[in-house]
Design a protein around this ligand. Structure first.
Ligand code: FEO
Length: 395
């Protein structure tokens, strides 16, 4: 299926309603995703990106229905990850000599994935390609989110092909941002940023300022996942600037795992204490073993502080909490505070371990945490409530 975007640009991607997991099992995609590829027809014909490998033949067959593949003069690959370059092997079998425009790092990632010596043309920021009335301007976007990432800007139509940046894992047949549910769209855009782009916030800020300084008019942002931003496209650029700048809302998230509900009771009492101290703070609680890890990470992204709890098990912490703390360390959240809690029976190491891992993950830990022995009684729960009240004052 192909869809017209402007007189010269057509969407030729794939909507994947079935996708529930991305990057192996690292990213949940409850609303599926899309792999957006674009065909530009000016005096020259240009294909921008392809689709994920399982759909490579479908992609090539679908293109063949609307054109002779030999009409493609240039291929632009903005990023070598296989959700966008995955159809190249099938495509290049048909048009083996077609030049592939990409960054020097993308030559490495594409050769690393496919082990082919295609006709690569390396481009850098500011390089241009005349395609007729319009011109393509390339802008390297290193670490947004791979070293090979690049934006391509099309003059005349004023389109920024931004690849992963500004995208969302969001399957829709509607194609454009003004045609979908805004809450769903922004939740998926934030989840994408929180789980994928957080470590690269400094690069995001710098690249956006560099783009704005180039003063290129942007009428449409064609992402590689989810919707195309045509209605006020700069709204997502401005949102990215907010998100890239130590983002937080007036929220505290309480994350725990529990074996016999002792740590859960502590979590609930701490949450009561927080609300008691300041009812304006949004408090959310998640059992990490029962909730989706990427949705929890999205809530951490929104939070000014988190409380992380685990019972002590085998002198350590629960599997789900260890996994989440490892994710947070990799993502490198900034400007967030935290503390630990947990129930225990005898050795009781969990709060110390969590405190240490929160520190390692870059959280500013405001106290030594709170422990409760065996199943917390009324006195222990009152202490947890007081701990919650104190935590608010310590922020
Ligand atoms: Fe959508 Fe980085 O690939």
């Amino acid at each position: 299926m192909t869809r017209k975007i402007t007189g010269k640009v057509t969407w030729v991607g794939k909507v994947d309603w079935e996708l529930k997991r991305f990057h192996g099992d690292e990213f949940s995609t409850h609303r599926g995703s899309t792999y957006n590829a674009y065909l530009i027809r000016d005096r020259k014909t240009v294909l921008i990106d392809t689709v994920w490998k399982p759909y490579e033949q479908e992609f090539v067959d679908s293109l063949k229905k609307v054109m002779d593949l030999r009409e493609i003069d240039y291929i632009v690959i903005n990023h070598g990850e296989i959700d966008h370059s995955g159809a190249l092997v099938a495509l290049m079998k048909e048009i083996p000599d077609t030049p592939i425009y990409c960054t020097a790092n993308a030559v490495k990632s594409l050769k690393g994935h496919y082990h082919k010596d295609w006709n690569f043309v390396e481009v850098k920021t500011g390089d241009t390609l005349d395609i007729g009335e319009s011109k393509l301007i390339f802008v390297e976007a290193r670490m947004l989110h791979w070293p090979d990432s690049m934006f391509t800007y099309m003059t005349g139509e004023n389109i920024l092909f931004s690849n992963d940046a500004f995208g969302q894992h969001y399957a829709t047949e509607e194609l454009f941002n003004d045609r979908v549910d805004t809450d769903e769209l922004y939740y998926e855009a934030m989840k994408y940023y929180a789980n994928i782009l957080t470590p690269f916030s400094r690069f995001v800020r710098n690249k956006i300022h560099e783009l704005l300084d180039m003063k290129l008019p942007v009428d449409i942002i064609c992402t590689s996942h989810g919707v195309i931003w045509r209605d006020n496209p700069l709204q997502i650029v401005n949102k990215y600037l907010e998100w890239a700048n130590d983002y937080q809302e007036n929220q505290i998230t309480v994350i725990y795992d529990t074996m016999w509900n002792g740590t859960r009771k502590m979590a609930e009492a701490i949450a009561e204490g927080i609300k008691d101290a300041d009812n304006g703070i949004v408090v959310k609680q998640f059992n990490a073993a029962k909730h989706d890890k990427n949705d929890i990470i999205t809530q951490v992204f929104k939070s000014k502080a988190i409380l992380v709890g685990s019972p002590t098990i085998n002198r350590g912490i629960a599997f789900s909490i260890a996994g989440l703390l490892e994710m947070m360390k990799g993502l490198g959240f900034t400007n967030k505070k935290g503390a630990a809690f947990g129930a225990y029976g005898w050795s009781g190491e969990s709060t110390k371990i969590i405190t240490s891992k929160l520190n390692e993950a870059g959280f500013s830990v405001v106290n030594d945490g709170i422990r409760a022995m065996w199943y917390p009684d009324d006195r222990a729960l009152n202490e947890c409530r007081e701990f919650g009240r104190r935590f608010v004052k310590e922020l």
